[in-house]
Design a protein around this ligand. Structure first.
Ligand code: PEP
Length: 255
C-alpha cells in the first residue's frame, strides 16, 4: 500500500512561541495508531525547536525550500545537506508561491529536486496549473512539463513525493472536486509509469493541495490516486490539521 501523508506547510507564519504551542497541540491530539505519516514544514528558523519537540513522536520534519547548490558563496541560501543536518526528512520544491513570486523555473526546481535526493531528503515536488491554464484546458500539458524537467535531469521519483496543487485552489477556499483532483493524479501516475518506471509510479505518494480542510479531506482521500494532502492554512491550527489526517481513519486506513 502507498504511504499516506499529511504534510503541513506553515509558509511564513508563526513565532517560536506559536510554533511550540502548535506542535504541542498536534502531539497531544495524535491518533494512536496513526493512519498516516504526519509532516511538519515550519519556516527555517523554527526547524530546530520543532525537531526537538517532535522527538519520540510519529511526526517527520520538512523544510519549505532548498538551494540547488551544495555549498559556497550563495548568501541567503540553505543547502539540502544543512536541512538534513537539522533533522529534516522532507523538503518542498517548486511550491507555486516559489514559482510565481520568486520566478523559479521548472529547470531550477528540478535541480532542487536532485539536490534534495543527493542529500538523502525526500523531495515533495509541487506541480499544478493556474486558473487561466485550466480554463484553456492546458492542465495536463503544464503538469507534464513540470514533471519532464525532473525526468530530463535523469532523476526518477523513487523516494520522492508529488503534490498536485492547482494554483487556483491554494489559499482561496476553492477546492478541486475529488473527481477533478483524481483525474490529474491518475494522469500523473500514468505519465510517470509510461515515461519512467511502472513500479516507481505505482508506489509514488501523490498528495493533493489546495484549501483542504477537515470537512473535505475525507472525500478527496477516498479517491484511489490521492494519497494524502499538502495543507497550508489548515495546518496552522492543531485541531484542523489533526481532523484532516483523521479522515483516513474513517476509511479504515492504517499506517
Ligand atoms: C499550500 O500552500 O500548499 C496550500 C495547499 O495552501 P492552502 O491549504 O491554504 O490552500
Amino acid at each position: 500500500m502507498r504511504k499516506k501523508i499529511v504534510a503541513g506547510n506553515w509558509k511564513m507564519n508563526a513565532s517560536k512561541v506559536a510554533a511550540e504551542r502548535l506542535v504541542g497541540g498536534i502531539i497531544a491530539g495524535l491518533p494512536n495508531p496513526s493512519p498516516c505519516q504526519w509532516v511538519m514544514i515550519p519556516p527555517y528558523p523554527y526547524l530546530g525547536c520543532v525537531d526537538s519537540a517532535i522527538q519520540g513522536h510519529d511526526i517527520a520534519l520538512g523544510a519549505q525550500d532548498t538551494s540547488n547548490e551544495q555549498a559556497g558563496a550563495f548568501t541567503g541560501e540553505v543547502s539540502a545537506d544543512m536541512l538534513r543536518d537539522m533533522g529534516c526528512q522532507y523538503v518542498l520544491v517548486g511550491h507555486s508561491e516559489r514559482r510565481s513570486l520568486y520566478g523559479e523555473s521548472s529547470e531550477l526546481v528540478a535541480q532542487k529536486f536532485a539536490a534534495a535526493k543527493r542529500a538523502g531528503l525526500i523531495p515533495i515536488l509541487c506541480v499544478g496549473e493556474s486558473l487561466q491554464q485550466r480554463e484553456q484546458e492546458q492542465t495536463e500539458q503544464v503538469v507534464c512539463q513540470q514533471l519532464d524537467a525532473v525526468l530530463f535531469l535523469g532523476e526518477n521519483f523513487e523516494n520522492a513525493v508529488v503534490a498536485y496543487e492547482p494554483v487556483w485552489a491554494i489559499g482561496t477556499g476553492k477546492t478541486a472536486s475529488p473527481e477533478q483532483a483524481q483525474g490529474v493524479h491518475h494522469m500523473i501516475r500514468q505519465y510517470l509509469s509510461d515515461k519512467s518506471q511502472k513500479s516507481i509510479a505505482e508506489s509514488l505518494s501523490i498528495l493533493y493541495g489546495g484549501s483542504v480542510k477537515g470537512d473535505n479531506a475525507g472525500d478527496l482521500f477516498a479517491m484511489p490516486d490521492i494519497d494524502g494532502g499538502l495543507i497550508g492554512g489548515a495546518s496552522l491550527k492543531a485541531d484542523d490539521f489533526l481532523a484532516i489526517g483523521r479522515s483516513f481513519i474513517d476509511q479504515g486506513v492504517k499506517a
